[in-house]
Design a protein around this ligand. Structure first.
Ligand code: ATP
Ligand code: MG
Length: 158
């Protein structure tokens, strides 16, 4: 589907904002303009659901989650930053592996299978995008992903 990514992302964030039980502040740094992309909305919804639920799951009370969309070259760069427990340096790239979970005891308590980000990676790769993480242990995590974006798309319609 061709959709306006900023409106689509806002609706997903709204859903989490209405149902979240923790005291966590959401910051949205999204452009006002429409940014049209061709995506499988069900699949990208699943990707964002996992990234955002991870951010909530690993965030402390009173934390902030920052949502951002930027245009870089021919891509949208979408990111979700939290102020949670973070990920140790040597694990940051492994979180996209199937069944990988950083702290088995902690993860078991918080539930889940360790498949969410592996599935997210497959789906983003199927969209010709990339997904990666930056984290400082104890200081929070940012998950980034890209989606192909054609900057001058309006011209096609005039
Ligand atoms: P599932 O998504 O299948 O319910 P999960 O959330 O444990 O389970 P992934 O979403 O694949 O699995 O994440 C893999 C692991 O990466 C998590 O178990 C956790 O250790 C780590 N992780 C992911 N996101 C964050 C985050 N925002 N902060 C800290 N650790 C994270
Ligand atoms: Mg998950």
């Amino acid at each position: 589907d061709w959709i306006n990514f900023t409106a689509f992302f806002n609706r997903i964030i709204d859903r989490f904002e209405m149902t979240k039980e923790q005291h966590i502040t959401f910051n949205r740094l999204l452009p006002d303009e429409s940014l049209y992309v061709e995506i499988d909305t069900d699949k990208i919804t699943q990707v964002l659901d996992n990234i955002i639920s991870n951010a909530l799951k690993y965030s402390p009370e009173g934390g902030e989650i920052t949502f951002r969309v930027e245009i870089q070259d021919k891509y949208l760069v979408i990111s979700v930053r939290d102020q949670g427990v973070g990920i140790p340096k040597d694990s940051v790239d492994k979180i996209f592996d199937r069944f990988y979970r950083v702290d088995k005891a902690r993860s078991r308590k918080l539930g889940g299978t360790g498949l969410g980000l592996a599935i997210a990676k497959e789906m983003i790769n199927a969209h010709d995008g990339d997904i990666w993480a930056k984290s400082t242990d104890g200081m929070g995590t940012t998950i980034f992903f890209t989606l192909p974006y054609e900057e001058d798309q309006e011209d096609d319609w005039t």
